[in-house]
Design a binder for this molecule. Structure first.
Ligand SMILES: CC(C)(COP(=O)(O)OP(=O)(O)OC[C@H]1O[C@@H](n2cnc3c(N)ncnc32)[C@H](O)[C@@H]1OP(=O)(O)O)[C@@H](O)C(=O)NCCC(=O)NCCS
Length: 233
């Protein structure tokens, strides 16, 4: 029994990342469209570090979608494996999951990150369709499925996210799953000595104009899922 809410959530993430699917009801989460199970969601585990195909998917999909991230740099398979190990598997409040067809094809990934344990909110993270040719329309019910699981299993009060304002396709997906825009954060372009491009939230020079922005979106716990089991402390 976890002593605190934080221990509970990080314990759930840690077990899923070890391949223990008890928190998913003992099996991958089913993604249903028009009453048909079209895909499933399963956690990315340490086994992916030993699977070159898995690391390759992550690296290729990241490379292909550089423009939607706040940082553009040279993506390598080695760097992606380090990211998976250090920034995902070892991050206590981060969960990354594969979206797969029932036949086992990898469609994309989705996840949760940056939990605020005191206020019971968490960010939707790493939403990415890697395969344009598989399961049109499935990212929406996949994100909805993960959201419903997060609200219910993690007893969350709210989900949040930040998306590039110039990414209307992602914004449409988030609106379909219940998010509404609540603010805009200006971003300022920074070029690092190694050529990395980064959009940061702080002005680098006085009067610098922002050239991009994040749209902040929030989705409160839907009434259909009932109230919180425990009130935030
Ligand atoms: C954001 C992202 C996941 C959205 O993917 P997507 O393919 O648009 O999402 P879905 O699978 O739910 O498909 C919905 C779209 O397919 C269309 N569609 C086509 N066939 C469909 C079908 N049979 N059923 C439902 N929708 C269908 C819908 O009309 C909708 O398009 P629209 O937004 O132009 O109206 C994808 O664009 C992506 O990976 N982008 C790069 C990474 C990224 O930006 N991530 C977000 C970072 S915050």
């Amino acid at each position: 029994m976890a002593a605190t809410y934080e221990q509970y959530v990080t314990g759930v993430f840690s077990a899923l990342k070890r391949g223990d699917l008890a928190a998913f009801g003992g099996a991958p989460l089913p993604v249903v469209m028009s009453g048909v199970r079209v895909a499933e969601i399963s956690p990315v585990t340490a086994a992916s570090l030993d699977d070159p195909a898995h690391v390759e998917y992550l690296a290729r999909w990241r490379q292909e979608n550089q423009r939607w991230y706040p940082e553009r740099f040279e993506i390598t398979v080695e760097g992606t494996a380090r990211w998976l190990q250090n920034a995902v598997l070892q991050a206590p409040d981060r969960l990354l999951a594969w979206l797969q067809t029932p036949a086992g094809e990898y469609v994309g990934h989705l996840g949760l990150f940056r939990c605020n344990f005191a206020e019971r909110h968490c960010e939707i993270d790493s939403i990415l369709r890697g395969r344009a040719d598989l399961l049109p329309g499935a990212m929406t019910p996949a994100v909805q499925t993960l959201m419903d699981w997060a609200f219910t299993a993690l007893d969350l009060h709210e989900l949040r996210l930040k998306v590039m304002t110039d990414n209307p396709r992602a914004i449409r997906l988030y609106e379909r799953t219940g998010f509404t825009p609540t603010g805009v954060i200006p971003l300022y372009k920074k070029t690092l000595p190694d050529g990395t491009l980064r959009w940061v939230e702080e002005r680098l020079t006085p009067g610098q104009d922002s050239d991009r922005s994040y749209t902040v979106m929030r989705c409160p716990r839907p009434a259909r899922l009932g109230g919180l089991r425990q009130s935030p402390k």
